[in-house]
Design a protein around this ligand. Structure first.
Ligand code: ADP
Ligand code: ZN
Length: 613
């Protein structure tokens, strides 16, 4: 048994090195691959960008027969197949985008045994026709990608995934491999039950994304802050900007365009053609920014998204993690930046107050929002908090988030907080933040005078703090649940029972001192972290390699990253290989790509080296 495993591992490495040109497997990949290659089932829980695809693609090439990959989205299938074809792997997909004639051609390839991998959507698989064909074909394995789709708890439950229990019934001897980036226990249990994977080995990877730098800033002027962020940290990079409403995506995209950024919009209100065109531009061209609602992202496999910005607060940490996870799939340094403000907190509190679900549902919603707010307002390492939420313990601060890079100061806000709470109370718990702040700073506005609130003892007591500081303070009181917002839709504030100890002077309150500009200098704490910085002297070579890649991609109608990843081009710049043998040592260059593109890229490198001499 032992030697069989060792043999399988050696064989798997050989496939990895020759076909993909990678040195070795990452973390659990080796175990998973040998297990599945040996004919057993597995359930793989790995974060986005963790390297799930190789877990079934490598065994697919090691086992006799065709591997059937079940995937929910056409765009994902197309991308994967384009990538595999570049590697010289015989892959195809069956989808509703093909006409009957094309589909027949692929079916006969399958029956001929001339396919290594065949991708299809679940609804296609469960048809009598497909099942019948599969019964007549040797099958290497079934890989069920995005397996959380079987779960009602998943974010994108798909009824057609339920039909996949047919695999265990009709093909009991074929190994099944389920893969997902959603790791919570309920989803996991659903996957096991519905796909009959009770006895499968479960592989749970760390959900940390070490190449992502987390940054959260209070929002002042979102557009200015966003452009400042992109200019300073990611000029010329591809990125995603998320907004809550369609109207806002349009406005932000226009503003970015006016400032010279190549920005496109994406939301469910666009026609199918517009969506398609904008998505294609984002995938095929370099450095495009897509401004989108959360309708965008599922099925986007672009590896070199260098930043994800949120201009509104996501509704939960799950959503935040999934959306930010679209940055840096290729493992190179990437930044995510969330801008949030008082209005977000009020809006969320209001939605909670208006929610008509059961008490239990409300409690559940409150917990989710509280966790999101806690991440925003924390004065400790963001990554530690995020991972803790996903039940993962990180013993030390990460060194790679805004707070680790530049610790946040706190101030003793006990007195001003009491003053704020008392102003809410004295004005009758009938007003929103703006009004209460007017009273605190002693503004004789018409409405204050009309209410005779200039006669209150709190009137003008808070002149020592700026308007900005008061807003920050109210935001934090709301985020901490010391103040509540009514369901009336006017942002009316009310004291929460939790504020009593503070009012009575039994506890003190430390709040964060907001930093709203990008003063924090990013630093990389571990050597393993990809560094994107190129010497100025290397810039022309980098641009030359990218131009060649773009030309090759255009000629074949595929996205540039299907030819080579940024990390592979970066390694070419670093090592400047001058022969095919040297070129072969670069990560991401296997046999097929070496023979297809090696000489072309060598020519660009040689030219650059000659110019230097
Ligand atoms: P996931 O499906 O988990 O989001 P992918 O399978 O797309 O992740 O892999 C993410 C990236 O990491 C891909 O570009 C892939 O080529 C790369 N990758 C995966 N495994 C390895 C490895 N062992 N060595 C080098 N790169 C790898
Ligand atoms: Zn940190």
């Amino acid at each position: 048994m032992k030697s069989l495993q060792t043999d399988l591992l050696a064989q798997a490495r050989d496939v990895l090195q020759h076909i993909w040109g990678y040195d070795d497997f990452r973390s659990q990949q080796a175990d998973i691959v040998t297990r599945v290659a040996g004919g057993e089932d597995a359930l793989v829980l790995m974060p986005t960008g963790g390297g799930k695809s190789l877990c079934y693609q490598v065994p697919a090439l090691m086992r006799p027969g065709t591997a059937i990959v079940i995937s929910p989205l056409i765009s994902l299938m197309q991308d994967q197949v384009a990538t595999l074809l570049q590697l010289g792997v015989r892959a195809a997909y069956l989808s509703s985008s093909l006409d009957a004639y094309e589909a027949r051609a692929i079916e006969s390839q399958l029956l001929d045994g001339s396919l290594d991998l065949l991708y299809m959507a679940p609804e296609r698989l469960v048809t009598a026709r497909t099942l019948d064909i599969l019964q007549r074909t040797p099958i290497a394995l079934f890989a069920i990608d995005e397996a959380h789709c079987v779960s009602q708890w998943g974010h994108d439950f798909r009824a057609d995934y339920l039909g996949l229990s047919v695999l265990a019934e009709q093909f009991p001897q074929v190994p099944r491999l389920a893969l997902t980036a959603t790791a919570d226990l309920r989803t996991r249990a659903d996957i096991k039950r519905l796909l009959r994977l009770e006895h499968a080995e479960v592989y749970l990877s760390s959900f940390d994304r070490p190449n992502i730098f987390y940054r959260i800033l209070p929002r002042l002027n979102a557009l200015e802050q966003l452009t400042d962020f992109i200019r300073r940290e990611h000029p010329n990079d591809a990125g995603i900007v998320y907004c809550l409403s369609r109207a806002k995506t349009e406005k932000v995209a226009e503003a970015l365009q006016a400032r010279g950024f190549p920005a496109v919009v994406y939301h469910a209100g666009l026609s199918a053609q517009e969506r398609e065109a904008n998505q294609t531009k984002f995938l095929r061209e370099e450095g495009v920014i897509v401004v989108a609602t959360i309708a965008f992202g599922m099925g986007i496999d672009k590896p070199n998204v260098r930043f994800v910005a949120h201009l509104d607060l996501p509704k939960s940490l799950e959503a935040y993690y999934q959306e930010t996870g679209r940055a840096g799939r290729d493992g190179l340094a990437s930044t995510v930046c969330l801008f949030y403000g008082l209005q977000d907190v009020i809006k969320h509190q209001q939605m909670l107050a208006q929610s008509e679900g059961s008490e239990e549902h409300k409690r559940h919603e409150r917990r989710r929002i509280d966790a999101m707010l806690q991440l925003c307002e924390t004065t400790d390492c963001r990554r530690q908090l995020l991972l803790r939420y996903f039940d993962e313990h990180m013993p030390k601060p990460c060194g790679y988030c805004d707070i680790c890079a530049e610790p946040v100061a706190t101030w003793d806000a006990t007195e001003p907080a009491r003053m704020a709470l008392s102003a809410v109370y004295r004005t009758g718990q009938r007003y929103g933040v703006e009004y209460v702040v007017e009273v605190l700073v002693g503004k004789r506005s018409d409405r204050v005078l009309a209410n005779q609130h200039e006669q209150l003892s709190v009137f003008g007591q808070g002149q020592a703090l700026s308007l900005k500081s008061w807003r920050s303070l109210f935001r934090q009181l709301l985020a901490k649940g010391l103040l509540l917002v009514d369901a009336d839709g006017f942002g009316t504030l009310r004291l929460a029972p939790e504020c009593r100890p503070l009012l009575k002077g039994e506890v003190s309150l430390a709040l964060r001192q907001d930093k709203d500009t990008l003063t924090a200098q990013r630093r990389t704490s571990t050597a393993s972290r990809a560094s994107q910085t190129l010497d100025a002297a290397d810039q022309p070579l980098w641009l030359g390699l990218r131009a060649l890649r773009r030309e090759l991609a255009l000629a074949q109608g595929v996205p540039p990253y299907v030819i080579f990843h940024d990390s592979t081009l970066m390694a070419m710049v670093e090592h400047m290989p001058l022969s095919l043998q040297e070129m072969r040592l670069i990560g991401g260059i296997g046999d097929s790509k070496l023979s297809r593109y090696g000489e072309d890229f060598l020519a660009v490198i040689r030219q650059h080296v000659d110019a230097l001499a």
